[in-house]
Design a protein around this ligand. Structure first.
Ligand SMILES: [Zn+2]
Length: 452
C-alpha cells in the first residue's frame, strides 16, 4: 500500500480520466484556492462532460459531501493508483465529481440533514459568505496511493474499495486501468452514433454498458470468422483485448472508427431495430410469438462481426443488400428452430463452445447465402401472402407479425429452405405461425435428439 497524504488536491481532466498529477508534490505546493483549479478544468470541458456520464451519486449524496467538507466532518480518503506518470482514481470519482460540480456552480445543495444555511444554495450563493467559503477552501481530503502492476490485484482493489456504496462494474474498471487511445475511441463511439443506440435499445447507456459492447465487438472481430482463439471467460478475453491494444495508433483508430460506424449505420438502415433481439415463438396458450424486449449479446456478436466484413466497399454492401431478406429469414429460422444456435445465444453465452457454435453457424449461413446465384426470395413474397390472408393455415387464427410467419404448402408442411430457393414457393402456398408449424412437426424436440 502507498502512503497517506493529506492536503489540497489538484485535478486535471485528461483522456476522459480524472488524473492527479503527482499528489506528493501537491501536498507541498497545495493551492489555497480550489476554484482556480476548477477554472483550469474548463479548458477540458468536453472530457469533463464525458466523465459526467458516469455520474452515479444523486443530488443529496453530493450535497452531503459538500456539507461535510464545510462542517469539517472527515470524509474517506481518495484512493489513487499510479499509471506511468499519472495517477488514476480508483475510489473517489463520485466525490471529486460532486466537488467539481459544486465549484462549477452546477449543484444546488439539498437534503434534510445538511446545514440550514446551505440548503438550496449554489457555490455562487455562498462565495461571499466568509463562514462557509473559507471553510470549504480550507477543507482537506486525504489521499492514498496504491502502487502495483498486478492486474488481478488492481481489479480486486477496485472491487473492494467501494466506499461510494456502488458496485463498480468490469467495464468501469477497464476504463480506469486501460486508459489510452483505444479506450477513448470506444467511449467516443459509444455515445456518438444514434443508429447504435437505437439498435441496442433499451440497454441503459449508464455504467459504460455501451462501451463494453463495442469492446466485445472489436475483440471478436480481431479473431476473425471462427474464433478458435477465444479464451473463456469473457472478462479476461476483454481485458486482454484492451491491455494488448491500449495505445492504438492513428491509422488503426481511424480504421476501427470507420468500420464500426459503417457497420452500425448499415445494419440500422438494412435490418432495423429488431436484429439483435431474440424472437420467442408462441406457446399453446397464445400461438403468436414476439421479440424479446432486451437485446441478445450473442446475436449482437455474430451479426455485428458478420456484417462488418461487408460494409467498407460498395460492391460488398451491394452483395449483402441483394440478399438481405434471405439473411433475415435464415436468422429468424436459426433463432427460433435451431436448438444448438438458440442455446449458443442464450444466457451465459460466453462459454467457449457456445461462442464457437454461434459464430460457425451464422458465418456458414452468411457465406452460403452470399454465394447464392438467385435471390428470388424476398420479404415482399411473404408480405403479399399476408396481405391476402392474415390467418394461420394450421390454426386458422390471425397472425400478428410478419416475422412470426413461415411459408407452408397445402399439406401444411414447410417448403424446404424456401428462403434460399424462392422459386420453390408456389402461388398457392400459405402462411403459418412459427409455433403452429414447429409444434405440429415437433421441430424443437427433433432438433435436440439430433444433437445427442
Ligand atoms: Zn397458428
Amino acid at each position: 500500500m502507498g502512503k497517506n497524504a493529506s492536503g489540497q488536491y489538484f485535478i486535471l481532466w485528461d483522456d476522459n480520466k480524472l488524473i492527479v498529477p503527482n499528489p506528493d508534490l501537491e501536498v507541498e505546493n497545495a493551492k489555497d484556492n480550489p476554484e482556480q483549479e476548477v477554472d483550469n478544468d474548463k479548458k477540458n470541458k468536453s472530457e469533463y462532460d464525458s466523465f459526467q456520464r458516469n455520474e452515479i451519486w444523486d443530488n443529496h449524496k453530493k450535497s452531503r459531501l459538500i456539507d461535510s467538507l464545510i462542517r469539517g466532518i472527515p470524509i474517506p480518503p481518495l484512493y489513487l493508483t499510479e499509471e506511468g506518470n499519472n495517477y488514476i482514481v480508483i475510489d473517489g470519482q463520485q466525490r471529486i465529481n460532486a466537488i467539481v460540480k459544486f465549484m462549477d456552480d452546477e449543484l444546488k445543495l439539498s437534503g434534510e440533514d445538511i446545514d440550514d444555511g446551505l440548503k438550496n444554495k449554489k457555490y455562487n450563493n455562498i462565495k461571499g459568505n466568509p463562514k462557509f467559503s473559507s471553510l470549504l477552501l480550507k477543507a482537506t481530503i486525504p489521499v492514498i496511493i496504491i502502487r502495483t502492476d498486478d492486474l488481478e490485484l488492481k481489479y480486486e482493489i477496485f472491487a473492494r474499495l467501494n466506499t461510494g456504496g456502488m458496485h463498480i462494474n468490469t467495464q468501469e474498471i477497464r476504463n480506469c486501468i486501460f486508459h489510452g487511445s483505444y479506450n477513448n475511441l470506444i467511449n467516443e463511439l459509444a455515445y456518438k452514433n444514434s443508429n447504435f443506440s437505437k439498435l441496442i435499445a433499451p440497454l441503459n447507456p449508464k455504467r459504460m454498458k455501451y462501451s463494453e459492447l463495442i469492446l466485445r465487438f472489436f475483440a471478436f472481430q480481431r479473431l476473425g470468422p471462427y474464433p478458435e482463439d477465444y479464451v473463456h471467460p469473457m472478462k479476461k478475453f476483454l481485458d486482454k483485448e484492451m491491455k494488448e491494444h491500449q495505445n492504438l495508433d492513428e491509422s488503426d483508430l481511424k480504421e476501427k472508427k470507420e468500420n464500426f460506424e459503417n457497420t452500425v449505420n448499415f445494419i440500422g438502415d438494412v435490418f432495423g431495430e429488431t436484429i439483435f433481439k431474440k424472437f420467442n415463438i408462441g406457446t399453446h396458450r397464445d400461438y403468436n410469438g414476439k421479440y424479446d424486449y432486451k437485446i441478445c449479446t450473442g446475436l449482437f456478436d455474430v451479426v455485428m462481426c458478420g456484417i462488418s466484413r461487408y460494409v467498407d466497399k460498395e460492391e460488398d454492401k451491394n452483395a449483402i443488400l441483394k440478399c438481405k431478406d434471405i439473411i433475415r429469414e435464415e436468422l429468424l429460422y436459426l433463432i427460433t428452430a435451431d436448438k444448438d444456435f438458440i442455446n449458443s445465444i442464450g444466457d451465459h453465452n460466453y462459454e467457449k463452445l457456445k461462442v464457437k457454435t454461434r459464430f460457425d453457424k451464422f458465418f456458414n449461413s452468411l457465406s452460403n447465402i452470399i454465394k447464392l446465384p438467385d435471390t428470388s426470395f424476398s420479404l415482399e413474397i411473404k408480405k403479399n401472402f399476408y396481405k391476402k390472408d392474415k390467418k394461420c393455415y394450421i390454426c386458422d387464427k390471425e397472425i400478428n407479425k410478419i416475422d412470426d410467419t413461415i411459408i407452408v404448402n397445402s399439406d401444411k408442411n414447410i417448403i424446404d429452405v424456401y428462403w434460399r430457393e424462392g422459386e420453390k414457393i408456389p402461388i398457392s402456398a400459405h402462411l403459418s405461425h412459427r409455433y403452429c408449424y414447429y409444434n405440429k412437426n415437433n421441430i424443437l424436440n427433433k432438433n435436440s435428439e439430433n444433437n445427442i
